[in-house]
Design a protein around this ligand. Structure first.
Ligand code: URA
Length: 201
């Protein structure tokens, strides 16, 4: 199945109650050949209105960060853990995350990104449970052959002093991590983490 065919199926999804309150489904957007896939939590108000991911204030910050590593939205793929907006931007319920599980897994399978950037705690929980974003942000981790890179959610950096600097610093590591993955020489410790020293940062 192509990504377009999959996303057309996602657009019709009625697997959970979020379908009753959404304006638009937000499957995701970007290149189906992307090496980098960003995964956020779920659509907010603006995203729900437009059917596109990260188009509000947090999205503008994400765009800037993507540009800071000399890429644009068209080069990457941007998706969310849940494809429909939880009312009043509440956290998605576990059953909503589960209903969307297959969609996101299938998107990843088609895109096969070299690295999945987990934006914030909820996205990290979906792939790397039992970790803490304040401790584990900026540490790439390989699990079942896939490299994940948890970082702070751009929305958190908008509201909490100091997080933006961390986010910028973590973002700068992305090209280096990709280079290491490309060379197939990612050094890992027992926990599957790339040693920070190997990133040369
Ligand atoms: N926050 C998210 O997690 N995802 C979006 O698409 C927008 C804001």
């Amino acid at each position: 199945m192509s990504l377009e065919e999959l996303n057309n199926q996602i657009l019709k999804c009625e697997k959970c109650a979020l379908c009753k309150t959404r304006t638009n489904v937000v499957p995701g957007e970007g290149s189906f050949k992307a090496e980098i896939m960003f995964i956020g939590e779920g659509p907010g108000k603006k995203e729900d209105e437009l059917g596109r991911p990260f188009v509000g204030a947090a999205g503008k910050l994400l765009d800037k960060l993507i540009e800071s590593i000399k890429l644009s939205r068209e080069d990457v793929y941007i998706a969310n853990v849940v494809k429909c907006r939880p009312p009043k931007n509440r956290d998605p319920f576990p059953e909503e995350v589960d209903s969307c599980r297959k969609w996101l897994d299938e998107q990843i399978e088609i895109i096969r990104p070299k690295i999945i950037i987990l934006l914030g705690r909820h996205s990290m929980d979906r792939f790397l449970p039992n970790q803490k974003i304040s401790i584990d942000h900026g540490k790439p981790k390989r699990k079942n052959g896939q490299v994940y890179f948890p970082i702070y959610h751009p929305a958190a950096a908008l509201y909490r002093n100091g997080l933006f600097e961390d986010l910028q610093k973590d973002f700068k590591k992305i090209p280096k991590i990709l280079e290491i993955i490309g060379k197939g020489k990612a050094m890992e410790n027992k926990k599957g983490e790339m040693e920070q020293a190997d990133l040369g940062i």
